[in-house]
Design a protein. Structure first.
Length: 124
């Protein structure tokens, strides 16, 4: 890989920590998995895209669906990483998805600040 192992691990863990649907806490097993992903030559972009995809699926749930607990382990992403590796999507797919996530999060934040009288189905 073109990036040193420590930088790869740090980037994976930073991306994981900053993803809106994670608990934001990194554990020892997360660090070990990040090292293993490096050893398996999984590109950093694939891990980042898996975070985007997993986050999008959780954020775009129906408003009346029961709330999900935050992702608490990087291991949650292993099947999503496999899915991203096998996906044949346009090059801008994940950046577009990331933009949509950001738009949805801004909209949810805006709705939370509305008085309850304006809300039809409050967003949790």
């Amino acid at each position: 890989m073109e990036i040193p192992k420590n930088d790869y691990i740090r980037n994976v863990l930073d991306a994981y920590r900053q993803t809106p649907t994670t608990a934001g806490v990194v554990h020892r097993n997360d660090r070990l998995l990040a090292a293993r992903l490096y050893d398996c030559a999984i590109p950093l972009a694939v891990v980042q895209n898996a975070l985007i995809l997993a986050s999008a699926r959780r954020i775009a749930r129906l408003p009346n669906a029961p709330p999900l607990q935050p992702i608490r382990s990087l291991y949650y992403l292993v099947p999503v990483i496999e899915e991203v590796l096998g996906a044949h999507v346009p090059p801008d797919y994940y950046s577009t998805l990331q933009s949509k996530i950001e738009s949805i999060l801004r909209l949810k934040q805006w709705i939370r600040h509305l008085p309850d009288t304006f809300k039809i189905n409050p967003i949790p």
